[in-house]
Ligand binder design. Sequence first.
Ligand code: SF4
Ligand code: SF4
Length: 260
Amino acid sequence: MKRVEDQDLDKIPGRRLEDGDVFCFECRPDISCFNLCCRNLNLFLYPYDIVRLKKKLRMTASEVIEKHTDVVLRPGNFFPEVLLTMADNEEKTCPFLSEKGCTVYSDRMYACRTFPTEHGVSLDEASGVLTPVHFYKPPDFCQGRHESKEWTVSSWSQDQGAVYYHKMMTEWTKVKILFQNDPWGADGPEGKMARMAFMAAYNMDDFKDFVFKSTFLKRYKVPKAFLKKAKKDEVELLRLGFAWIKLFCFGYPSPELGLI
Ligand code: SF4
Ligand code: SF4
């Protein structure tokens, strides 16, 4: 999910979709372009994608990040992007692609799940309100765009199991958007503080150790009921991570840390 400036909305390629707008699309294994969309991609991975992928692949978060991602800090940015590493073959295929299709389909990432739609947010600077914006952007080679089955953003999200992913993306976007400002000071975006924040968002195994095996719980009065859930459920742990990043990097208190 990207932040989109209001004045840029009309310049973005693809068709903007308002609530209730209809687009036509269908993807089937017998379609001529089957799997063409799963190669040579700049595929962004978000924190909730890692929670789902690590479970599916039976790997730790460190292993997923190490084996399957490139962590890239773009010039002028204060938090890195995490991209899926494509296979080292001529076509640069997705590492999860097999002849029969996607091998992680039930836990495929947000970007795969929402394709051929894309989502961003528009920020009203004065009120701080984030408004979701949606686009229909199938590539030219995608034959699914000539099919007649009709969808809206809402019905497509439900069909693809993307509703909860949208919710988690919204929660993450509210954190990520804060990184328009530099919180790192002299330590810089690759310093220890930045590595800790990255861990809280993308490495729930290490963050869990940090919460339960350091002095974290002496410093923060995390409500007991929430802490119990976070101990068992990585999604709740991720929410604690998001709350901690907001406090640690920007000084914003939150109920998850017992501060409101
Ligand atoms: S290119 Fe489009 S129609 Fe073809 S497999 Fe991908 S999503 Fe389906
Ligand atoms: S994860 Fe699955 S759907 Fe997504 S690009 Fe890879 S093979 Fe395609």
